[in-house]
Design a protein around this ligand. Sequence first.
Ligand SMILES: NC(=O)c1ccc[n+]([C@@H]2O[C@H](COP(=O)([O-])OP(=O)(O)OC[C@H]3O[C@@H](n4cnc5c(N)ncnc54)[C@H](OP(=O)(O)O)[C@@H]3O)[C@@H](O)[C@H]2O)c1
Length: 326
Amino acid sequence: MKIRVLGKGLEVSEIGLGCMGMSHGYGIPADKNEMIALIRFAVGKGVTFFDTAEVYGPYINEELVGEALEPYRKEVVIATKCGIKMANGKQVVDGKPEAIRKSIEGSLKRLKTDFIDLYYLHRVDPSVPIEEIAEVMKDLYKQGKIRHWGLSEAGIQTIRRAHAVFPLTAVESEYSMWWRQPEEELLPALEEVGIGFVPFSPLGKGFLTGRFDRNTTFGKEDLRPIYPRFSAEAMEANQSIVGFVKSLAIEKNATPAQIALAWVMAQKQWIVPIPGTTNLGRLEENLGSTAIELTPEDIARINEALGKIPVMGDRYPVEFAKRAGL
Ligand SMILES: NC(=O)c1ccc[n+]([C@@H]2O[C@H](COP(=O)([O-])OP(=O)(O)OC[C@H]3O[C@@H](n4cnc5c(N)ncnc54)[C@H](OP(=O)(O)O)[C@@H]3O)[C@@H](O)[C@H]2O)c1
């Protein structure tokens, strides 16, 4: 497994593992022992970068990741996030300094560690100046509780202001073959100031793998039906992008998932995707994407073709969209 560097020196495997779906977002939580085995299998394959958050579950995803990685703590990079709470069954953004200071204590305990490698603010709280957050993160760094910090789904001005107070190591936002908006302003800005990029949902929440169509029904506790891109109509219309990914897979003797991941990794050396899965076979498949070579000529050709394929449906429902890009 090759290594990539985020920001000014956080070394991670070139592909990470997103752990959210094991406990949250895509159906009822998977079996804990199976997920521990899956995470440890990833470690055995050279994956050193694991992504979780306080709100996933809430709490049980951090507990799972903490238990799975305890024997390997020194060899791995754990990224977790603060700043979203559950209140009356709804997610609420809370980036107040006292909330962050309280959150980190809980995360450290659940993750069975005395430091967090990469601590993200999960969503920007518009009621708290980002400079105040950066000062809190600087203080947590001085106390040895975090090694690096980052922002998730933040706007460019916020990123620049935060970075000026206490340098950011990474920004985590959605990016994939069907959500390329980050190419417009975010990626050039990150490159300019030397911040790493961690794309979430690099498989389009599973859609780009070709496993969903208009007849798909999602299980209990699966959030996908609330995303406009996952309406039956959109899933039907968006088979055009799936068809394109499948044609590339045939050309490169790969699977659609591997193409989707190789495409993300081929964009820049400082980009490290964190695909999620609850299945050992699919984990192996996804790790196989590191062997797929997409040349600059391939990427130029693919991007031109992608630019001509319309994608139907917003990526977020209105409530969620309001919290992105602040
Ligand atoms: N910062 C944020 O706000 C934010 C938001 C969303 C996600 N994230 C992070 O990013 C990680 C990844 O994003 P994501 O889970 O939303 O989306 P993703 O990685 O694009 O897709 C995950 C989905 O794809 C399926 N899948 C994975 N590999 C597959 C394969 N080879 N073939 C077919 N299906 C496959 C998984 O199902 P199976 O389990 O059945 O394989 C799961 O339903 C999360 O785990 C989380 O840590 C962060």
